[in-house]
Design a protein around this ligand. Structure first.
Ligand SMILES: NC(=O)c1ccc[n+]([C@@H]2O[C@H](COP(=O)([O-])OP(=O)(O)OC[C@H]3O[C@@H](n4cnc5c(N)ncnc54)[C@H](OP(=O)(O)O)[C@@H]3O)[C@@H](O)[C@H]2O)c1
Length: 334
């Protein structure tokens, strides 16, 4: 979050979560932060829900990952809420709109955040704000991986962490594309959820030799990496595709290009252009609004309990998306 110098009499405060040092979840501490003021081209969002991704727990722990920020900072990369103010030169028609937006990596665990107007997504009618929040990052990520792999109807695909935020959406998207879905996850509760979401087969990769229980597959969605990602790779044959988009295990699968080529497997990656990211997000929101994609909100925590939410995620105790409940809708909206 940028710190602005304001004369004392203008300084207004809001509730937020501070990250003062990297470490275990207890480093996330509730406190007060200066109320953001939207600058030119920005909108102010009154936050109802903030999303937490697995990557955010890794950033909090070590400072590593895609986010940057000088400590102390207010973390949080995704918000859902209502636009309550606009900066100079920003379209006033955005006022009162229900939106979701990334923050660029900081400022999300707070009552209000100023974000570029060009980066917000209006929440389609028929989609609740919390559902839109559950889809913002995870839906975009899942759609981009699906588009990289392009499963054909009837192909067998394996989804790792299939009950997680991204995984629970990938199971549904791959199924909708006509694929036969093998859901891999840890424990019976997660496997049951994957089945409910449409998986044809399930396998618990906490069991030794779990790949021995699975017939070969045409594609692997690898969000876990490490030993699980490498074992999943062994299920692929000529013409197979593997997309590695995460390292929940703490380590990328890191399949050497030569090993993949020798097997006839393509290591593919999701497109990362701003246009592709925007299109994937809009697609996920539209599919959910149309009732074809179901975001799974597994856990909700009050803003002040962000530390407990992080602890739950990194202990692998969560399913689907974890949200922070931040504020009520602005009065005019109720
Ligand atoms: N959310 C996004 O927008 C986004 C963007 C880019 C990349 N990614 C990557 O996608 C992956 C999934 O992200 P997510 O936010 O949807 O998380 P998530 O799947 O909700 O949570 C991570 C899951 O990974 C599995 N896991 C396997 N080994 C683990 C280990 N050693 N420690 C902890 N968890 C382990 C756990 O499920 P089981 O118990 O079933 O194994 C856990 O629930 C992550 O690797 C993340 O870095 C996500």
């Amino acid at each position: 979050m940028g710190r602005r110098r304001l004369p004392i009499k203008e300084l207004r405060l809001m509730r937020a979560i501070w990250l003062e040092q990297f470490g275990d979840p207890s480093v996330l501490v509730p406190g007060a932060a200066p109320d953001p003021v939207p600058e030119a081209g920005e909108v102010l969002v009154a936050v109802e829900f903030a999303g937490i991704t697995f990557v955010e727990t890794q950033f909090r722990a070590t400072g590593a990952g895609p986010f940057k920020g000088e400590l102390p900072m207010v973390p949080g990369n995704g918000v859902a809420g209502t636009v309550t103010a606009v900066g100079a030169g920003t379209d006033p028609a955005l006022l009162g709109r229900r939106v979701v937006s990334s923050t660029g990596g900081s400022g999300g665990y707070a009552e209000r955040v100023a974000v570029p107007a060009t980066g917000v997504f209006e929440v389609p009618d028929g989609l609740a704000l919390d559902e839109a929040m559950a889809l913002l990052a995870d839906g975009r990520t899942a759609v981009l991986q699906l588009r990289a792999v392009r499963p054909a109807a009837g192909e067998r695909v394996l989804v790792e962490a299939a009950a997680g935020g991204v995984g629970s959406l990938l199971v549904q998207l791959a199924k909708a594309a006509g694929a036969e879905v093998v859901a891999a996850a840890g424990g019976p509760r997660k496997l049951a959820l994957a089945r409910e979401l449409g998986a044809d087969e399930v396998v618990d990769y906490r069991e030794a030799d779990w790949t021995g229980q699975v017939a070969p597959v045409d594609a692997v969605f690898d969000g876990v990496g490490g030993a699980i990602g490498r074992a999943a790779f062994e299920l692929l044959g000529a013409g197979g595709r593997m997309v590695s988009y995460g390292l929940a295990s703490g380590e990328w699968a890191a399949i050497p290009a030569r090993t993949a080529a020798a097997r006839g497997v393509a290591l593919v990656t999701g497109e990362r252009t701003p246009a592709a990211l925007r299109d994937a997000t809009e697609y996920a929101l539209a599919e959910a609004a149309a009732g074809r994609l179901r975001p799974v909100i597994g856990q909700r925590f009050p803003l002040a309990e962000a530390a407990a939410a992080h602890a739950a995620i990194e202990s692998r105790a969560t399913v689907g998306k974890t949200l922070l409940e931040v504020g009520a809708p602005p009065r005019a909206e109720r």
